[in-house]
Ligand binder design. Structure first.
Ligand SMILES: [Zn+2]
Length: 136
């Protein structure tokens, strides 16, 4: 049993489970979530035959890191583990912001509906000229 410096959270019962069982489940959920991101990234890379980091990788990284941080702060309470996960959400969130900004700026071909990079001048599918963005 860990020292409960954050109130009732470490001791439990939590959601009807003994504290030890609840936190073990949180720790394993964090492990599974964090590890699954590598399988997602590997699959995306094999599928495209090019190194690819899909948005799901960053979502799994973020959720896994937050679960580990939750586990570390409220249960493990060891500064090494807390420090390991305290700052990693920053690049995950930043990568998601950049990803969705790019997705929102994509051009849609008026001829075939294909989505293209914001910098593309011609549709990669049908070759039609894409609209030039209006500069502010
Ligand atoms: Zn097109």
């Amino acid at each position: 049993m860990h020292t409960d410096t954050f109130g009732i959270l470490a001791a439990g019962p939590i959601l009807g489970l003994p504290g030890e069982t609840f936190w073990t489940a949180v720790g394993w959920l964090a492990n599974v979530t964090f590890t699954s991101r590598f399988l997602v990234q590997w699959y995306a890379t094999e599928k495209r035959k090019q190194v690819t980091v899909p948005a799901l990788f960053w979502w799994l990284s973020l959720v896994g890191a937050l679960l580990f941080l939750f586990y570390a702060v409220y249960y493990d309470q060891h500064h090494v583990i807390i420090f390991a996960y305290a700052f990693t959400p920053i690049p995950y969130i930043r990568n998601l912001m950049i990803h969705y900004r790019h997705v929102n700026a994509e051009k849609t071909c008026a001829q075939c509906g294909e989505k293209s990079s914001p910098k593309a001048n011609y549709c990669p599918k049908c070759g039609s000229q894409l609209p030039v963005p209006v500069s502010n």
